[in-house]
Design a binder for this molecule. Structure first.
Ligand code: NAD
Ligand code: GLY
Length: 352
């Protein structure tokens, strides 16, 4: 991890099938043109974004691209998970085709995880692959979805069921962009941050210290994700650690008809896993108390309104299931989480 002065706080290089930098700092949206210039020739750049982010940040990014002599085009779709669908995907690739984009041109995903996932998928498939850059503007997208090359759209049968692994050319995380996030969207990111705090001792200690800057939290989370992606880019093994808390969380979100936000559900899911890990004798009471209080600190005090039976029933359509088994991430200490295969019929008993 290289440290730099000025407005770049840190640069983390991810070495996967594509080698790229994740640049974290402040004031970076106005420097996007400069930061990507060495990755592309004088070409056309498409900015794909949603209407909320467009109103806030597109002009700044476009100005920086034009200052570097790049031609720009912009496609805007309505914000929200509903837009992460086949129709928007089709509209994006039609837009690229109608504007005669070629493989020497490039695409920028400017927005949260929805924009990042669908733009990444469009980039992976348009002309069998066009260069793209992630410019994440939510905390969740900065610490998780923009890094690692998972791209996807939702279909009526389920979330993220169609996608590709396709790494970006660079990721630019402007911490200043987080200033305009609504509280509940910020907390969704904190749900993922609390997952990282259980997975990694350094992140746990940072969060425990009370006195830290957001750029430090983003840097440590991205660096943890870098390690996981470098060791298991295609999600065949330990990348599943990133699903910590997510199996119960998916059940909770579904049962609440998505009125409980993802970050809150992950917080509740983590607490369920921590309790089960205590019951199984994997962690002591004091480790349990420490980890639970860190999760509460990050996502707040929220009682889960559903029973374990209900949650398990609704988690079982989960992608983590394979035949009669489900892969569950369990906790064995601060920074010591393991993937365990549990028989589906034993899941309720395990988590109860
Ligand atoms: P999102 O993209 O829907 O953004 C949430 C809301 O915040 C939207 O309304 C958006 O317009 C608004 N917004 C974005 N940036 C803003 C800003 N700076 N100021 C004000 N408003 C802003 O949601 P998200 O939480 O960023 O991402 C969720 C998505 O990420 C889901 O689809 C999930 O499946 C996906 N995801 C993907 C991965 C991956 O590895 N690819 C990992 C985790 C989650
Ligand atoms: N957010 C899960 C992953 O990238 O694998």
């Amino acid at each position: 991890m290289k440290k730099k002065l000025m407005d770049v706080h840190s640069t983390i290089t991810v070495t996967a099938s594509e080698k790229y930098d994740v640049i974290i700092g402040r004031g970076l949206l106005a420097r996007v043109g400069e930061l990507i210039a060495d990755k592309i020739s004088k070409c056309k750049v498409a900015i794909i974004t949603d209407d909320t982010v467009d109103a806030l940040y597109s002009d700044k990014v476009i100005f920086s691209l034009k200052a570097k002599g790049l031609e720009t085009a912009k496609f805007v779709f309505p914000h929200g998970e509903k837009s992460k669908c086949f129709k928007t995907y089709q509209d994006i690739i039609s837009f690229l085709a109608e504007n005669s984009f070629t493989r020497s041109d490039a695409v920028i995903a400017l927005g949260g995880g929805v924009v990042g996932d669908i733009t990444g998928f469009a980039s992976a498939t348009f002309l069998r692959g066009i260069k793209y850059f992630q410019v994440p503007t939510t905390l969740l997208a900065q610490i998780d979805s923009s890094v690692g090359g998972k791209t996807a759209i939702d279909i009526p049968q389920g979330k993220n069921l169609v996608g590709a692994f396709y790494q970006p050319q660079a990721v630019i995380c402007d911490i200043d962009a987080l200033d305009t996030l609504p509280k509940e969207v910020f907390l969704d990111g904190m749900g993922e941050a609390s997952k990282y705090a259980v997975l990694d001792k350094k992140i746990f200690n940072l969060v425990k210290s009370q006195d830290y800057k957001l750029e430090e939290l983003v840097t440590l989370c991205v660096d943890y994700k870098r390690k996981i992606v470098e060791s298991d880019e295609f999600d065949k093994g330990n990348r599943a650690l990133l699903n910590l808390g997510h199996t119960p969380a998916h059940g909770i979100e579904k049962l609440s008809n998505f009125s409980i936000t993802h970050g809150n559900a992950v917080g509740m899911g983590l607490k369920i896993i921590l309790k089960a890990s205590l019951k199984q004798g994997n962690i002591t009471e004091s480790v349990y108390n420490e980890l639970t209080s860190i999760v509460t600190k990050l996502v707040g005090e929220n009682e889960c309104p559903f029973s374990i039976e209900e949650i398990c029933k609704n988690s079982l359509s989960d992608k983590k299931r394979s035949g009669d088994d489900i892969s569950l991430v369990t906790v064995h200490g601060v920074g010591d989480c393991r993937i365990e295969k549990i028989k589906v019929e034993n899941l309720t008993e395990y988590l109860s």
